[in-house]
Design a protein around this ligand. Structure first.
Ligand code: PAF
Length: 284
């Protein structure tokens, strides 16, 4: 495994692999790898000749009051884990390498960002789309792997790839969870002990909603109310949003039908957690 820190060297390695007819699978990350990332790497390893991951905490996607400076980092551990997963290249650029001067061009996402994380984190998806546009150009993968814990990100990236004609297949990979149901996230380490004990309620409330839907509930507002009650009663977290939308278009729904997402974001003292489930009902 090679760690590459410059764009030029990364492009050379990619060119070499392409000349040799090798396929490239890419896993973009911000590091502090957890089992969610490892499952993306495993899938990439099984489907491509060369696996590239990037580790870059992208300042552009953090708001001024967000956790950029406290975002957890442990490159040595990330390197060890990537080696275990037989990654070929870690692209690990500095902020100066990626953004040497103020950008003359950035990407603005116009659809699917007025709801969920896009609404509570203005500019976040513009930052994600801008950095991925650069990274996709540098790494030129045939396939790129994203976790569905960030389901809105998957939908936005699918829009980016479609609209900008990137010849890349986006592969969504299911959320990996702790045994108590909490979605794996780099931010979980920032939970206080008591908050960590409460955090599985998020997923439990989504499963409770799913049960209600299976039992016949079709009113999105009632589903939201049910989850809200459970999270409010059983955690100290502050609800950022609990919402239901069609998926992947993220449009409002009057009645549950077709494919839809139930998504939530809850703020604990030092960690904002997100989770979701995607369900499908096909009724005439
Ligand atoms: O999901 C993430 O970790 C980031 O948003 C990504 C895709 C690496 C872009 O910075």
């Amino acid at each position: 495994m090679r760690v590459i820190t410059t764009i030029e060297e990364m492009q050379d390695a990619i060119l070499h692999a392409k000349k040799g007819g090798q396929s490239i699978g890419y896993v973009p990350t911000m590091g502090f790898l957890h089992e969610g990332h490892l499952s993306l790497m495993e899938k990439a390893r099984g489907e491509n000749d060369i696996v590239v991951i990037s580790i870059f905490v992208n300042p552009l996607q953090f708001g001024p009051t967000e956790d950029l400076s406290s975002y957890p980092r442990d490159f040595e551990r990330d390197k060890e884990l990537s080696m275990q997963k037989k990654v070929d290249y870690i692209f690990y650029p500095s902020v100066e390498e990626m953004y040497p001067h103020p950008s003359s061009v950035t990407v603005k996402v116009n659809a699917r960002t007025d709801v969920l994380c896009g609404k509570s984190r203005p500019g976040h998806f513009d930052g994600v789309a801008t950095v991925l546009t650069k990274l996709f150009h540098i790494i030129q993968p045939e396939k790129a792997y994203f976790g569905t814990k960030d389901a809105q990100q998957v939908a936005v990236v699918e829009g980016l790839v479609h609209d900008f004609h990137f010849p890349i297949e986006i592969i969504p990979v299911e959320t990996v969870r702790e045994t108590d149901g909490l979605a794996k996230s780099s931010r979980n380490v920032n939970l206080q002990t008591e908050e960590r004990e409460q955090a599985p309620i998020l997923y439990q409330s989504l499963l409770r909603a799913k049960e209600a839907i299976i039992a016949g509930e079709r009113d999105p507002q009632k589903v939201v109310a049910l989850i809200t009650e459970m999270v409010t009663e059983k955690t100290d977290g502050k609800i950022d949003y609990i919402e239901v939308y069609s998926y992947p278009m993220l449009r409002e729904m009057i009645k549950l039908n077709g494919k839809f997402i139930i998504a939530m974001a809850v703020k604990f003292s030092k960690a904002r957690l997100i989770d979701n489930i995607i369900l499908e009902i096909n009724e005439k």
